[in-house]
Design a protein around this ligand. Structure first.
Ligand code: ATP
Length: 262
């Protein structure tokens, strides 16, 4: 049977002398859905994303629509997989617009009027059109994050890996960006994996949630099935409740640390 989506089989990842993730098995993260990757600091989230993108050592199988990306040459994988790191490289003296056009060119094709229009549409959707002619190295942390997202989306990946894309964004932008990522994921029918630390963002915006702890997969399922008082205690050592708010949406309220975490 053929599959559409991303699966990991016996996937391992790490660094020169250190294995961080071992024998990870994830059956099918479907196209068109946003998967949120949760886990404590140091649990291996960035290592996993970077390994999927070919930037760290990896082993096992990483299947996108049944094709093993690990067996492909790096350049071929880079056409399909885009990884947005936690922060953009410093000291890049380019205009926002130029930097996005460079990213667009990297994904192939000639630069023409239609492509320029695509860049401007994306800037508008992200609410940063007014920054088009600003220099990257003169932007705020949150503005840089939005530009990084534009650079990632313009490359039209099949697998989009976003590492804490909300960490510098205000509340309004956090919602706006998650809505945009969800919409683009559906419209482009791609697989998107987003690392966040905010459990309520995961509950509200994730189609699917994975939880990593010490390089192992502790949970894999629908947000409200895997974000529970038990998993909050086990993963983060906190006492938490998952309760409907007055609008009926579920949210997490943290009451404190578990006794074990003191
Ligand atoms: N370049 C590296 N060389 C060796 N070990 C590393 C390297 N980068 C990270 N690690 C180790 O890998 C483990 C997982 O780190 P990783 O950055 O993947 O965690 P994370 O879940 O993304 O954490 P955070 O939420 O703090 O960003 C940590 O123990 C870290 O010390």
């Amino acid at each position: 049977m053929s599959h559409s989506g991303l699966s990991l089989r016996g996937f391992g990842a790490g660094y020169h002398k250190r294995q961080i993730i071992q024998d990870l098995n994830i059956a099918e993260l479907p196209r068109g859905k946003v998967t949120i990757l949760l886990g404590p600091n140091g649990s291996g989230k960035s290592t996993l994303l970077r390994a999927m993108a070919g930037l760290n050592k990896a082993e096992g199988e990483l299947l996108l629509d049944d094709v093993d990306l690990l067996s492909q040459p790096f350049a071929k994988r880079a056409e399909q997989v885009v990884y947005l790191p936690q922060s953009l490289p410093a000291g890049v003296h380019l205009h926002v617009l130029e930097s996005i056009i460079v990213a667009q060119r990297a994904s192939g094709g000639l630069h023409n009027a239609a492509k320029q229009a695509e860049v401007m549409t994306l800037l508008r959707q992200l609410g940063i059109e007014h920054l088009a002619l600003h220099f990257l190295d003169q932007l705020s942390g949150g503005q840089k994050q939005l530009v990084g997202l534009a650079q990632s989306l313009i490359r039209q990946p099949s697998l989009l890996l976003l590492d804490e894309p909300l960490s510098a964004l205000d509340l309004n932008y956090q919602f706006h960006v998650m809505d945009l990522v969800k919409r683009e994921t559906q419209q482009r029918n791609i697989v998107t994996v987003v690392v966040v630390h905010d459990i309520n963002i995961a509950l509200r915006h994730g189609d699917h949630v994975l939880i990593l702890k010490q390089g192992k997969l502790l949970a894999n399922g629908k947000p409200d099935e895997v974000i529970t008082p038990q998993s909050l205690a086990q993963v983060y050592g906190v006492r938490g409740r998952v309760e409907p708010c007055s609008q009926g949406m579920k949210q997490v309220i943290i009451d404190g640390l578990t006794d074990a975490a003191h």
